[in-house]
Design a protein around this ligand. Structure first.
Ligand SMILES: Nc1nc2c(c(=O)[nH]1)N(C=O)[C@@H](CNc1ccc(C(=O)N[C@@H](CCC(=O)O)C(=O)O)cc1)CN2
Ligand SMILES: Nc1ncnc2c1ncn2[C@@H]1O[C@H](COP(=O)(O)OP(=O)(O)OP(=O)(O)O)[C@@H](O)[C@H]1O
Length: 207
């Protein structure tokens, strides 16, 4: 991905043997992110939020799907709560709902007052409300590459979601430079990102 803001921190080059095994790769990347001290995670999250706000000002008037931070994924809640509190016309925040293991995600509206339940993965999820369609999806990544491909937790939820939603939402990956890979060796089902945001800036895919 070409840097539009600050150039990225030196890319980590995982060996090709590692790249052939997504499960091992996921475990390695997840362990690296979990090893971040909480204060550093909070600082990196703040920088991701700042780049999102500066790079995508249009989001404050759109229906934006985001994720409750799991396992040290970037914490976008301050940014989202800021937009909720600004009460801008057209802004709505949505969180994913896992309807079934092999299906696309559904989405429900979220505000700081929303009643939540823990889903099958223990992720806080809005307990009720209509299913709504996001115009933009802020997708956490466990790994990403310069061609705009990502890997998540291996459920295929986001790939199925992006493959099925019409119109397709703008897909913006959110993560940290520690998740940057030379290539994730994309498979036919992998849905590319439109952009990627890390603590180092906003990147557009080089394809
Ligand atoms: N914060 C957050 N919420 C999200 C997602 C996400 O990626 N992040 N999802 C995006 O889809 C959905 C949940 N998807 C998930 C899929 C699998 C696992 C999980 O824990 N999987 C096992 C097995 C992984 C493997 O086989 O390698 C594990 O990690 O132990 C968690 C969430 C909806 N909500
Ligand atoms: N559109 C789709 N239709 C059917 N199966 C799919 C689709 N997209 C992905 N899958 C299946 O989901 C499984 C997991 O895919 P993959 O390893 O790419 O997950 P991931 O990108 O890490 O997960 P996620 O998309 O939830 O973040 C694969 O077995 C894949 O075949």
């Amino acid at each position: 991905m070409a840097a539009e803001l600050t150039p990225g921190i030196a890319a980590e080059n995982f060996g090709s043997a590692c790249l052939t095994d997504r499960r091992a790769l996921r475990r390695t990347l997840l362990a690296r992110r979990l090893a971040l001290p909480s204060a550093e995670w909070a600082q990196l999250s703040c920088r991701v939020c700042a780049h999102l706000r500066a790079g995508f000002p249009q989001l404050s008037a759109m229906t934006v799907g985001f994720c409750w931070p799991l396992n040290h994924e970037p914490d976008l809640r301050p940014l989202i709560e800021g937009w909720v509190n600004e009460r801008r016309k057209g802004f709505r925040a949505l969180l994913p709902v896992v309807v079934a293991a092999d299906q696309a995600l559904a989405f429900r509206a979220w505000t700081p007052g929303t009643v939540m339940f823990a889903d099958r993965y223990g992720i806080p999820t809005p307990a009720s409300g209509d299913f709504l369609i996001p115009e933009v999806l802020l997708l956490p990544v466990n790994g990403f590459d310069s061609a705009g491909y990502r890997i998540g937790y291996g459920g295929g939820h986001f790939d199925r979601t992006l493959a099925s939603l019409r119109p397709r939402p703008l897909a913006v990956g959110v993560g940290f430079e520690l998740a940057r890979l030379a290539s994730i060796l994309p498979q036919p089902h992998d849905q590319p990102l439109d952009a990627m945001v890390t603590e180092a800036g906003v990147f557009r895919p080089c394809r």
